[in-house]
Ligand binder design. Structure first.
Ligand SMILES: [Zn+2]
Length: 362
């Protein structure tokens, strides 16, 4: 394997078995009353250093991963969104050796013209001038600052870049954020400002780089924004697996909605996936798949209502990748939600998506 940026004491790279120890380390850090600024600085400095290494490296590796330190947006203490996952996940993947620094690339900011292919001029104007009403901002759920908009533009460009990498021979590429499927053309909600997958799909359809895409949205919350944006777009097939009784209350129809009852466990969830996905892809024959790999289907998720195990969630990811791989379908992955009680569980579940991508495509 390639070099390891992070090494275990004694200079040996962390092995897969070491990963549990790192996760525990995250847990301990989380349990402190508030993270020290020195610790935060160290995390950010490390991330900037490995991005620099990635930029100058000629090492070609199977997995290409979009990431920028801007992905982590500063939230007030006690905010329920686990923002630290955006820096802890890449650190975990590096520590355990699933990836090296060479796997990362840093997206630029999405051009305004590409935002306007999906979002209305009025909504974009309000975002740009920080003039959303208090009610509109409350629906999004994050404090509105220019940095949030700058972050969203980089994340959306990351999803577009991943799609292009996957299309142009990469097979798969993954964004360490995104999956903001509650964003509509004219408004945001549920921690979603821009709809990254809709933006990427619209740009690629517009340029003719793709003629047909399928969105596989397996986040536990229904993809209301994406479904609404593409309601009259036959070139985009939207599939949403979600908790039937979960947010959002109003669920604009996707091309295929599968609503699961509360407490759904691995066997029912996975069998439904096995029964649905291969036929759907054979029928739709897309040029590209967007996979929204939210891990809020876990039993331990605070917002999820389903009861899928960590192993079940990992098998879900493996099956999606294998099904696409078998059909030679490029896949761009956006991360989506995850709100388990323990941050370590969230990181472990998201890391499994990367481990399975590496297993299938590596
Ligand atoms: Zn979700």
């Amino acid at each position: 394997m390639g070099h390891f940026y992070f090494s275990a004491p004694g200079g040996r790279p962390f092995s897969a078995s070491g990963c549990k120890r790192i996760i525990l380390k995250f847990k301990e850090e989380q349990s402190g009353s508030k993270p020290g600024s020195a610790q935060l600085f160290s995390v950010i400095a490390n991330l900037i250093r490995f991005l620099a290494v990635a930029l100058i490296s000629n090492n070609t590796t199977a997995l290409r991963i979009a990431f920028s330190p801007i992905y982590r947006y500063e939230l007030p203490p006690k905010h329920r969104f686990p923002m630290d996952k955006y820096t802890l996940l890449p650190e975990q993947l590096l520590y355990e050796g699933t990836i090296t620094a060479a796997n990362f690339f840093s997206p630029r900011s999405l051009p305004e013209a590409d935002i306007l292919k999906t979002h209305t001029a009025a909504y974009w104007h309000k975002l740009k001038t920080n003039t959303l009403s208090a009610k509109e901002a409350r629906a999004i759920g994050f404090p509105m600052r220019p940095a949030l908009i700058a972050r969203g533009r980089v994340i959306a460009q990351g999803t577009l870049d991943c799609a292009r990498i996957a299309l142009n021979g990469g097979g798969v590429a993954l964004n360490i954020a995104g999956g903001t499927h509650h964003s509509f053309a004219d408004r945001g909600e549920g921690f979603c400002v821009f709809n990254d997958i809709a933006i990427a799909a619209n740009v690629l359809l517009d340029t003719g780089e793709v003629g047909k895409v399928v969105v596989i949205d397996l986040d536990v919350h229904q993809g209301n924004g994406t479904a609404h944006i593409f309601a009259d777009e036959p070139r985009v097939f939207t599939l949403s697996f979600h908790g039937a009784r979960n947010y959002p209350n109003r669920k604009p129809p996707s091309d295929l909605d599968v609503g699961f009852p509360d407490g759904t466990t691995d066997a029912h969830y996975l069998q439904t996936l096995y029964d649905t996905l291969p036929d759907l892809l054979d029928r739709e024959r897309p040029d590209l798949v967007f996979y929204l790999s939210g891990v809020d289907i876990l039993a331990s998720d605070k917002l999820g209502r389903l009861a899928v195990s960590l192993a079940g969630c990992r098998e879900r990811d493996r099956f999606v990748f294998q099904t696409c791989f078998d059909r030679n379908l490029p896949v761009a992955v956006s991360m989506g939600g995850g709100y388990a009680e323990r941050l370590a569980t969230i990181i472990e579940a998201h890391a499994n998506t990367y481990r399975m991508a590496d297993k299938v495509y590596g």
